[in-house]
Design a protein around this ligand. Structure first.
Ligand code: ADP
Ligand code: ASP
Ligand code: MG
Length: 471
């Protein structure tokens, strides 16, 4: 078998035209003798809108919540009707859509009465996005000649019960994938599943965190030991930086697992941070591809990237961070202090991105987090604490910064006009990160990009795509 997991993001299933493009890409893989398993996101922006409906309902705005749901129902019905023409199929599909929206409306009405939105209810509400999109995409594929079967991800991707950021239970997923997906694949069918959504061991819906469909793709790829995992999105692959910030960003042709993981973790939205792990464990190459430009070869993520003449491959930026400064003279010459500080972050389940310490102070960066005031209150029992939001972390990633002399000087020279709050070079030696004000982030990225990607190594970067500078 030549198994390939193909994950399509929200923009690849956003409307009938996008779903048709996606179908053509999958049909191409089938025609070339591959066995695809397809993982799809909710249609573009649907998860955000479901969250808005949940928020409205939890504030008692029942009418507002139901209005959002009603617009979503119409969008899904219209998409289905534009794609599926067979009278029995479209009737069954529209009935499926209506039944799901009827039950979503019931949940929203209940929420508007209870006025308390728990992570568990939030996961239930957003789960409708992928449950419905995967059913529509499967029906559209059948209409377009692909032998597709919808599969409910909640029966395969089993997680713990940490709603909104559930942790997958790999052994169970492997077993379920073998039981429920393999027989379909062997029979020549193309399973179509929703990404992002899962369920705990007793069947309550959970999710893998925002952007988590990539992770579903990788989990399924890992569970089935696929030959390749393909992440189809709306850009040509992993780019030297976010093309929305820097239009002359270049496609990176090949990147290592380690570099890609670092990039994803430090804010490059193109990949969910956990995606790489299942692929690394089984050494499965991951490809990032553009569903609007399927002819482009995209980015290949592999275990060992070839040597690159440029020190950096990418610049990522992560916004909405806060810096926490902890200052205590008691720290001087004492031991165990850091562990007490970290125990507090642990208690609040708050991950720390970057740490820098001196003899009497520790500075940490965290995602701006609702529990920041309570974390600060707990820390103030140990030391003086200050925290400030609206910070951005810029992270320069590349295997080839290891041992390069003068690289820090070049980085800080490129952004000499910008005030830097914190600096770190990770132990992995493949990233250099620094914290700046959020309002300076885009300018910093553009200055760094201009400084480091002027003469990029053509074996790693797609220099042919670079437009000639206008004179
Ligand atoms: P999908 O819905 O397909 O999962 P996402 O919106 O989650 O797509 O991710 C794709 C987006 O990630 C791109 O449109 C781009 O703006 C953004 N992005 C951020 N950093 C990068 C990068 N280094 N390379 C490519 N895209 C990036
Ligand atoms: N639909 C989910 C989100 O928007 C998951 C994903 O698209 O990856 O976060
Ligand atoms: Mg995404």
């Amino acid at each position: 078998m030549n198994l390939v997991v193909m994950k399509f993001g929200g923009t690849s299933v956003e409307d009938p035209a996008a779903i048709q493009r996606t179908a053509a890409i999958v049909a191409g893989r089938v025609a070339s003798g591959k066995n695809p398993v397809v993982v799809v996101s909710a249609m573009a922006k649907v998860t955000d809108q479901l969250l808005r409906a949940a928020d409205a309902a939890s504030r008692g705005d029942r009418t507002g919540a139901l209005a959002i749901s009603s617009r979503l129902r119409a969008r899904h019905r219209d998409t289905a009707s534009a794609l599926v023409k067979s009278p029995t199929e479209i009737a069954a599909l529209l009935q499926f859509i209506d039944e799901r929206f009827d039950s979503l409306d019931e949940v929203l009405r209940g929420l508007a009465a209870i006025l308390e939105l728990t992570p568990r209810i939030s996961d239930l509400i957003v789960s409708y996005g992928e449950r419905i999109s995967s059913r529509i995409v499967a029906a559209a594929f059948c209409e377009l000649g692909i032998d597709a079967t919808p599969v409910d991800s909640r029966e395969i991707v089993i997680t713990d019960s940490q709603f909104q950021k559930a942790v997958p239970l790999d052994d169970i997923i492997e077993k379920r994938a073998a039981e429920k997906l393999l027989p379909l694949i062997v029979a020549g069918k193309v399973p179509v599943m929703g990404g992002f959504i899962a369920s705990n061991e007793v069947g309550i819906p959970t999710t893998l965190g925002r952007g988590g469909s990539d992770y579903t793709g990788a989990l399924i790829g890992g569970a089935l030991s696929a030959k390749t995992i393909e992440i189809w999105t709306d850009v040509d692959g992993i780019m030297t930086t976010d093309p929305r910030i820097c239009p002359d960003a270049l496609r990176v042709k090949v990147i290592s697992f380690e570099e890609a993981a670092e990039l994803a973790y430090f804010g490059a939205k193109v990949l969910h941070p956990a995606t790489i792990l299942p692929a690394v464990q089984k050494n499965i190459p991951v490809l990032v591809l553009n569903s609007r430009n399927a002819a482009c070869e995209g980015t290949r993520i592999i275990s060992l990237a070839p040597h690159c003449k440029s020190p950096f491959k990418c610049i990522a930026v992560k916004k909405k961070l806060s810096i926490i400064d902890v200052v205590a003279n008691r720290m001087l010459m004492s031991h165990g202090y850091l562990s007490q500080i970290f125990a507090i972050f642990d208690k609040h389940k708050c991950p720390v991105d970057m740490v820098s310490t001196s003899e009497v102070s520790v500075s940490l960066t965290v995602d701006s987090h609702a529990s920041l005031p309570s974390i600060a209150a707990d820390l103030s029992t140990l030391a003086d604490v200050k925290y400030e939001g609206k910070k951005a972390l810029v992270c320069m990633v590349g295997e080839d910064i290891r041992g390069q002399q003068g690289i820090a000087a070049q980085v800080f020279n490129a952004i000499r006009h910008i005030n830097v709050r914190m600096i770190s070079q990770g132990a992995s030696e493949i990233n250099m990160s620094f914290l700046i004000e959020e309002e300076d982030a885009e300018e910093a990225v553009r200055s760094l990009h201009a400084a480091f990607f002027q003469n990029p190594d053509p074996s790693i970067f797609d220099v042919e795509a670079r437009k000639p500078a206008s004179s």
